[in-house]
Design a protein around this ligand. Structure first.
Ligand code: NDP
Length: 329
C-alpha cells in the first residue's frame, strides 16, 4: 500500500528561510508560485522575456532570467514543458547548482528515463499535482486542497523527504493527501494513461460514433449522446466525488440494469493486451527513444498524425454541430 501524507506530516519550517525559484510561469508555475507565497515562503520567478514574465510581474513577483533565478535559489521548481526542460537545465541551471540545492519536478519523466544528467550533490524531489494548473490555485484558495504524487529520487542532504513534504504542504496538497511514488512509477503511469487509456477511450468514442451513424442515427444526436452535451464529464466528475459505482445510482434503473448485464461481455482481455503492449514499450524505453528521435528530426510523424486526426468524420461533424449550437460564439 502506498504511504499517504497529510498536513500534520509536513513541517513548513524546514524551508521557511530558503529562496524558491519557480522556473516557468505557465499552467503549474503560476498556481504553485502563488500558493507557496501565500504559505509564507520566499518565491522568485525564472522566465524568458515573454508573456509569462509580464504576468508574473503583474502578480507582484520578482522575475529574473532563468540563470539568475537559479543562482539565487536554494530550491528550483522546474515547471517548463518536459521537452525543453533538459536543454534549459543544461544551459541556464546546471552551472549554478551548489551542495544542498534542491531540484523539484512536477513530472518524473526526464529523470526516470535518464534524459537529464544531474550532479549527485543536489536533492531531487517530485511534487506532481493530480490537478490542472488552474485547479491547483482554486483548490488552495478554497481550502479544500488537491491530491498529488510525492517522491524523492536523490537524497544528498539527508533532508529531502522533509523538504518534499514541506513543498507539498506549501502548494496545498497535503491538505487533501500526497501519495508516495517513485519518479519512474509516476512517469510510467502518466505515459500509460496517455498511450493506453487515452487511445482506447478515444477509439471507443470514435468507433461508437461511426457505428451509430452507419446504423442510421443522425450524427448530431450521436455526438450529443456520447459527449457533446457535457453529460459524460458530469458522470466523470461524480465518479471522482462519490465513486465509480455510486455515480451509477444517479442514473435510471433501466440504465443501471443495462450497464450491469452487458458489462461482463466486454473483451477485457483485448483491453489488457493493448495496455500490456503500451506498457512494454514505455518500460523498455522504446517510446522515449522513438519520441526523442522524432523531436530531433523536426517531428514529421507528429505533424502528419495531427493532420490526419483532423480528417475524420467525427471531427468534421463536431465542427458543424459546434457552430449550429453556438459553442464557438
Ligand atoms: P506550460 O506549457 O504551461 O509552460 C510552462 C512555462 O514554460 C510557461 O511559462 C512557458 O512560457 C515556459 N516556456 C515555454 N517554452 C520555454 C522555453 N523554451 N524556455 C523557457 N521557458 C519556456 O507547462 P505546464 O505548467 O503545463 O507543465 C510544467 C510541468 O508540470 C511539466 O513537467 C508537466 O509535465 C508538469 N505537470 C503539468 C500538469 C498540468 O496540468 N499542466 C499537471 C501535472 C504536472 P510561455 O508560454 O510564456 O512561452
Amino acid at each position: 500500500m502506498a504511504r499517504i501524507f497529510y498536513d500534520e506530516d509536513a513541517d513548513l519550517s524546514v524551508i521557511k528561510d530558503k529562496t524558491i525559484a519557480v522556473v516557468g510561469y505557465g499552467n503549474q508555475g503560476r498556481s504553485q508560485a502563488l500558493n507557496m507565497r501565500d504559505s509564507g515562503l520566499k518565491v522568485i520567478i525564472g522566465s524568458v522575456n515573454d508573456d509569462s514574465w509580464k504576468k508574473a510581474e503583474e502578480d507582484g513577483f520578482q522575475v529574473y532570467p532563468i540563470d539568475q533565478a537559479a543562482e539565487q535559489a536554494d530550491i528550483i521548481f522546474l515547471l517548463i514543458p518536459d521537452e525543453i526542460m533538459v536543454s534549459v537545465f543544461e544551459q541556464d541551471i546546471a552551472k549554478s547548482l551548489k551542495q544542498g540545492d534542491v531540484l523539484n519536478f512536477a513530472s518524473g519523466y526526464n529523470i526516470a528515463f535518464d534524459l537529464m544528467k544531474v550532479p549527485d550533490f543536489v536533492d531531487l524531489t517530485m511534487v506532481a499535482p493530480r490537478m490542472i494548473g488552474a485547479g491547483v490555485r482554486d483548490c488552495y484558495v478554497s481550502g479544500e486542497g488537491f491530491p498529488s504524487f510525492v517522491g524523492v529520487e536523490q537524497d544528498a542532504s539527508g533532508k529531502a523527504w522533509d523538504i518534499a513534504l514541506a513543498l507539498c504542504k506549501a502548494i496545498g496538497s497535503t491538505k487533501r493527501g500526497s501519495i508516495e511514488l517513485t519518479f519512474r512509477q509516476e512517469a510510467e503511469m502518466d505515459l500509460l494513461t496517455e498511450q493506453g487509456f487515452g487511445p482506447i477511450l478515444h477509439a471507443l468514442i470514435k468507433d461508437t460514433f461511426e457505428f451509430e451513424v452507419e446504423m442510421g442515427y443522425p450524427p448530431e444526436a450521436v455526438l450529443l449522446e456520447l459527449y457533446m452535451s457535457g453529460e459524460l464529464s458530469y458522470v466523470f466528475a461524480q465518479a471522482a466525488k462519490i465513486g465509480l459505482l455510486k455515480q451509477s445510482f444517479l442514473h435510471s434503473h433501466t440504465s443501471q440494469y443495462g450497464h450491469l448485464i452487458k458489462a461482463h461481455e466486454v473483451d477485457h482481455g483485448g483491453i489488457k493486451s493493448f495496455l500490456g503492449t503500451a506498457l512494454d514499450d514505455i518500460k523498455s524505453g522504446k517510446f522515449t527513444e522513438q519520441w526523442q528521435a522524432e523531436q530531433a528530426n523536426g517531428s514529421p510523424v507528429f505533424k502528419e498524425l495531427t493532420e490526419k486526426a483532423h480528417d475524420s468524420s467525427i471531427i468534421q461533424a463536431e465542427a458543424k454541430l459546434r457552430k449550429q449550437l453556438g459553442y464557438d460564439d
